[in-house]
Design a protein around this ligand. Structure first.
Ligand code: SF4
Length: 453
């Protein structure tokens, strides 16, 4: 998400396009922007990528002082136009445009209550639910209504919002998803990751604190606490996989955190006596961890798998053959660097094991003598209710097999995971994170925890 408030009129849609483009990795299903145009709020959104959907805004100037943008990651509900954000409404609290990152975990009960009272929903987004709650609040003052609404919802919500002439950035009290706030030359900016602030050349920034709401408008900028700062539960998966390596997330360099995870894996293997000749990353998600592994192990690092960046989205293919072709289209081995070597293949995580099986096959076909798959995260065993798309427990390979069985299943010589202690040792403030997809210890109530393993 991106949000901009400017003291002077600027070409807001263009100013949103570039940082939003740099956040494309956070969602490829749909995207959109909303901004104030000649006294009213307008929005444009569609299914597809930022360059295709919002490229039209690069051609002419649209002077404005306020706007927000969103890329959607389909972790719930379908990929349909109604779910694209920002969502724009005109209600008893004024004109509002809202974009949400995360997942509200008490959606079921809140939605049931609103349905019962006659509410109509156009989408399956949490953003729409939030707007219903806000509109129906009996508090007359907007900020009292907003605070009361935020106190009713649980789970993960980083929000950027336009209300009349005001830009608002909000982060839930546990701080699941990142949100940064920066200022420069009369501009106040919100962005999910710092790589988007870098594009805007904003150097003066900080994280929005969990439980904090920052309000920017013609009267200036103010910070409001809508919830007590308790123990943080920042999503550790942002550091492992989701965020861009050139971002700082939760005040950590993502690249350096991943390198530490790779180094911890290498120490684990050294103790176990594993010998290899070459460290290969699974591009791009395994790059930083593989580099950390190679440096710690004193082994050569090579880009022995090249990634074709022109393949676009990975489609869900119905047959195994088609799935294999899709991976082959996307990732291709460099035979001359791999042949005859004992390869340590480093990736960030293992979900179903389907892609890893094909990757191991590719590396073996390229002549590797041995392939040892190493994952820079613990075994994923539980679903996420806070905004990351993790399948059901039954589909997660680590709930069905131990590492030895997984190795046999995917054709690797061995498979090794970074343990929970190893992961925590890579984080300066390990208590500040959520690890629920690894250990099932959810930091707030979730809809169910009863799926059988
Ligand atoms: S369950 Fe996993 S993916 Fe979800 S917020 Fe927690 S650490 Fe992140």
């Amino acid at each position: 998400m991106v949000g901009i408030f400017s003291r002077d009129e600027i070409n807001i849609p263009e100013q949103i396009f570039f940082p939003l483009f740099s956040l494309q990795h956070r969602g490829q299903e749909s995207c959109g922007l909303a901004y104030r145009k000649k006294g009213r709020l307008v929005a444009y959104k569609d299914l597809g990528m930022v360059s295709t959907v919002l490229g039209r805004y690069l051609s002419e100037s649209r002077p404005s002082r306020i706007g927000i943008g969103h890329v959607r990651y389909c972790n719930q509900g379908g990929n349909r136009i109604e779910n694209a954000q920002p969502i724009l409404v005109n209600c008893n609290k004024g004109e509002i445009a809202l974009a949400h990152n995360g997942s509200i975990s008490n959606t079921g009960e809140l939605k049931a209550e609103l349905f019962e009272e006659g509410s109509i929903f156009h989408s399956t987004t949490d953003a729409e639910l939030l707007l219903h709650l806000l509109s129906r609040s009996r508090e007359k003052d907007f900020f009292s209504a907003l605070t009361a609404t935020l106190r009713r919802i649980q789970g993960a919500f980083s929000l950027v919002m336009i209300w009349n002439e005001t830009l608002i950035g909000i982060r839930d009290s546990l701080g699941f998803r990142p949100l940064n706030y920066g200022t420069q030359n009369g501009r106040t900016v919100f962005a999910s990751e710092t790589c988007a602030l870098d594009i805007m050349q904003i150097q003066d920034y900080r994280a929005v604190e969990p439980g904090e709401m920052i309000v920017a408008g013609p009267e200036g900028v103010r910070s409001i606490r809508f919830a007590d700062a308790g123990r943080k539960s920042q999503c550790v998966f942002e550091l492992i996989y989701f965020a861009r390596p050139d971002s700082r997330v939760f005040d950590e360099s993502v690249h350096l955190a991943r390198k530490r995870m790779g180094a911890a894996l290498a120490r684990m293997d050294r103790e176990a006596g594993l010998e290899g000749d070459l460290v290969l990353p699974v591009p791009d998600s395994g790059n930083s961890a593989a580099l950390g592994y190679a440096e710690e192990a004193g082994l050569p690092f090579d880009l022995g798998l090249t990634r074709n960046h022109y393949t676009g989205r990975s489609f869900i293919m119905p047959s195994n053959n088609q799935r294999e072709l899709t991976v082959r289209m996307k990732i291709h081995p460099v035979r001359d660097s791999i042949a005859g070597k004992r390869v340590i293949l480093v990736d960030d995580s293992l979900v179903r094991g389907t892609t890893s099986r094909i990757l191991v096959k590719l590396v073996k076909e390229a002549g590797a003598r041995e392939v040892h798959l190493r994952l820079s995260s613990p075994e994923i065993r539980w679903p996420c209710f806070f905004g990351i798309d993790i399948p059901t427990r039954q589909e997660l390979i680590s709930n069905r097999m131990d590492p030895r069985e997984i190795a046999r299943h995917i054709g690797a010589d061995s498979v090794g995971f970074l343990g929970m202690d190893g992961l925590r040792s890579c984080l300066p403030r390990p208590r500040d994170y959520c690890y629920a997809c690894f250990d099932g210890d959810y930091p707030c109530p979730v809809p169910f925890k009863g799926e059988s393993a």
